[in-house]
Design a protein around this ligand. Sequence first.
Ligand code: HEM
Length: 332
Amino acid sequence: MASPKLAAFVVAAVGLMLAGASHAQLNPFFYTFTCPQLPFIVLNQVSTALETDDRAAAKLIRLHFHDCFANGCDGSVLLENVPDVIDSELNAGANNGIQGLDIVDNIKAAVESSCPGVVSCADILALASQVSVVLSGGPAWVVLLGRRDSRVANRAAAEDLPSPFETLDILKSKFKAFGLDSRDLVTLSGAHTFGRSRCFFFTGRFDNFNNTGLPDPTLDAAYREQLRQACTTPTTRVNFDPVTPDIFDKNYYTNLQNLKGLLQSDQELFSTPGADTTAIVNEFAASQLRFFIQFGNSMIKLGNLMPPPGTPSEVRLKCRLLNPSSAARDVM
Ligand code: HEM
């Protein structure tokens, strides 16, 4: 008769297999034979981009997030507008001013010259995100691959991306709609440890916040005045992390504890009375290791978001454009 320990092992193993089965199409070895040099090409390209652009890493991971939250991780965020064909997600309010498409173009061109027609733009965003975090001092995780690029954009979904002016409850419900819980929300928001935000996203916190006639009480007063000085125009870009602006570390969370979250949506994670997110912020502020491990796990969950079944798909040859009609197509 099987021992209880063996039975428990079998149950756990089957559970793991089933959990994996829902994303059976994604795996870390997808390009092992068709493009073995892929990780090195991406690493090389992102390193080159970082030589001239401190924000390259931040731009790339933000593109991946906006890609995955609109129609799943399908490269749809990269598609430019084509009247009557593509209603570009880039024209959605939440994507106004999003950057980094030029870096994706360079990565894609380098990948195409080594492995033509094989690697999707959606996978390039996923891989570039991980490489970006690693090159900025953050954790590595196993990037699952095998996504396809969709032949449609989902402008409406892009319009519904989380906004920095939303309450914590709304942010939580937007993440929950994708199977991401409070821990994922706090963790993934930790990407605001690097990169910049334009001032108009947070200057409303300085005076008459929410028509109270007063500044946002959860914004440190000295930091507020520092930001006011820095914001010479509404579109000036200010560091998310005033301490280590381009390094991927746990400072985002210590900043929140010190009421130095840049966006309202950042600070709410720590300062909303009674919220379950406060303890998670404290946990990551106390342990960079815990943050790093969870960041990899939450990025894998984010990267597993799939387009609806039946979405027409292809491996795009140029990330901003649909392939010519002669190229191979499929449905997801
Ligand atoms: C919780 C919901 C989120 C909201 C409301 C939000 C909002 C914003 C806003 C308003 C900006 C400034 C954009 C600009 O000035 O152009 C920004 C930048 C950024 N976001 Fe988020 N974000 C969220 C979650 C995330 C997630 C999940 C990631 C990645 C995993 C991410 C990564 C970034 C990065 C790296 C930047 C800096 C980009 C740059 O320097 O170009 N954000 N975000």
